[in-house]
Design a protein. Structure first.
Length: 503
């Protein structure tokens, strides 16, 4: 139980003037120290290269003092004139200075209260609390004392639903999972980014060419061609190290709990700690995501499919309930969250015509650039002819294998109150949705699909990505399946084939 305001004020002088008449409270004034340290670091890191280049080192402390002073003054105005309060009906925040702004959220509509504390916040004992309604409405209280942020979070998310499952931990981090970090496109991307940054910094000082010669000199008496080929390998090693470090920063201290009141809470982070909450009453299922590298290593991650969650790509981690972990662990966590095991679902395979479509698309994706290179090679240079031939020999078998793998991954089925659909190769996804969460079906059939008796059935829901497709299913079977998932929703369409047959 959190201490009363009077006790908090007596115990901690930083809390002394935080509560005004009417229940209004102030943010934590340690924000001034956070701002001062942050802007001083920015000024020093950004000004040092310029100061070294111009040989005017005195500019660094002057710039740091000016930037930090201006920033602290602006932050003082924000802190001094910002206040918030939490009543029985609303959470309100207002800023009164030259401009008066006020924002409020109905407490019954609040769906999330997520905590974030970067290294500076942790050093000063504060955290940022982001409260949202699941739509575009959000209030960010930054910073608050860590204990106050935790207490307010618990107060805002307090619910009394019917408890059908036991509270407690569902999963914790196994350090061995870090081996899955390099099994993605993140590693080579980070490696290339590291090399690009290194050469960019060297170029600032006019040493870009010298850096390349130094790197080639590291390989001793090896032939130049071999040395050049070793550079991407070195970049990949750097990328692997970066991917491991990124995984550690994002997922160290990971823990998934089911808390009283019907919420799932994910806590994680090494330097910057994060706490994300998902209300189970707005959970509509989960998604098992298996990128190709992780799948080959036997790993998968679990994402929440819930209403009111952001769909932006940069918010992927906010919906992740379990990072890349052994597939058996992922299935266990999904079963604990859903109350139903999905790895035992017998999925309906798709017709062989679906395999043919994938093979044709894969071949076309490779042969199109090959033909362009061959045509240009006959006009410009024979080097392009060689590149076209190499691309055809290397890429075509890979494309065929991926197409066959994508076909094997197709499937759909039901388990209890859940709809299950699976698709993909480079990124295989198994979506598990509550059947009562499906609010509509979209049936698409191209000219080529119609000739082969195929169709794509897309389940529409208000949660997650909003639409989950059953691709290239048998048209008649898929229509009957979709009608059975939500009885009555497609009744008029499901009866059409039978009437046409009788006619």
């Amino acid at each position: 139980m959190s201490p009363s305001p009077e006790h908090a004020s007596a115990a901690d002088p930083t809390q002394a003037d935080r509560r005004d008449p009417g229940g209004w409270r102030r943010l934590d004034r340690r924000t001034l120290g956070v701002t001062a340290v942050l802007l001083t670091g920015v000024a020093v890191s950004a000004g040092t290269p310029t100061a070294i280049g111009t040989r005017s080192l005195w500019l660094v402390p002057a710039a740091a003092l000016l930037l930090a002073g201006a920033g602290v003054l602006a932050e003082y105005v924000r802190w001094r004139h910002t206040r918030f309060r939490c009543t029985a009906e609303r959470l309100e925040i207002e800023f009164r200075f030259a401009v008066h702004t006020r924002k409020s959220l109905l407490r019954e509509r609040i769906r999330s209260a997520d905590l974030t504390a970067n290294p500076l916040h942790r050093a000063f004992g504060v955290a940022a609390l982001a409260i949202g309604t699941g739509q575009q409405e959000k209030i960010i209280l930054s910073p608050l004392a860590r204990a106050d942020a935790e207490a307010l979070r618990a107060e805002l998310l307090h619910r009394l639903p019917e408890q059908t499952t036991e509270d407690g931990p569902l999963a914790t981090l196994d350090p061995r999972w870090i081996r899955y970090a390099p099994m993605s496109f993140v590693a080579p991307t980070l490696g290339l980014a590291a090399f690009g940054t290194l050469f960019k910094v060297a170029d600032w000082f006019g040493a870009g060419g010298g850096l390349l010669k130094w790197l080639l000199h590291l390989f001793g008496d090896l032939p130049l061609t071999v040395s050049i080929l070793l550079l991407p390998a070195l970049a990949n090693v750097a990328g692997v190290a970066g991917a491991v470090g990124l995984f550690a920063e994002m997922w160290w201290h990971y823990r998934l709990d089911r808390e009283p009141g019907g919420t799932l809470r994910v806590r994680r982070g090494l330097l910057t700690t994060r706490s994300t909450t998902v209300e189970e009453r707005r959970l509509r299922g989960v998604e098992l995501v298996e990128p190709l590298g992780a799948r080959l290593a036997g790993a998968a991650r679990v994402d929440a499919v819930a209403t009111g969650m952001k769909r932006a790509d940069d918010e992927t981690e906010s919906k992740t309930l379990l990072p890349a972990a052994p597939r058996a662990v992922a299935h266990d966590v999904a079963a604990k969250v859903l109350g139903e095991r999905i790895d035992a679902v017998a999925l309906v395979p798709h017709p062989p015509a679906a395999r043919g479509r994938r093979l044709r698309w894969a071949s076309a994706a490779v042969l199109a650039p090959v033909l362009v290179l061959l045509l240009l090679g006959t006009v410009l240079t024979g080097v392009l002819l060689v590149l076209g031939g190499v691309l055809a020999v290397v890429a075509l078998p890979v494309a065929v294998l991926l197409a066959l793998d994508a076909y094997r991954g197709l499937g759909h089925g039901t388990r209890g109150r859940y709809l299950v659909t699976r698709a993909g190769s480079v990124r295989r996804s198994t979506a598990v949705l509550t059947r009562d969460g499906v609010i509509g079906w979209t049936v698409k059939q191209s000219v080529f699909q119609r000739r082969r008796g195929l169709a794509t059935f897309t389940a529409t829901t208000a949660a997650g990505a909003g639409a989950y497709a059953i691709r290239d299913a048998d048209a008649a079977e898929g229509l009957a399946f979709a009608a059975g998932v939500v009885p009555g929703l497609l009744a008029q369409f499901a009866s059409a084939p039978a009437e046409a047959t009788r006619a």
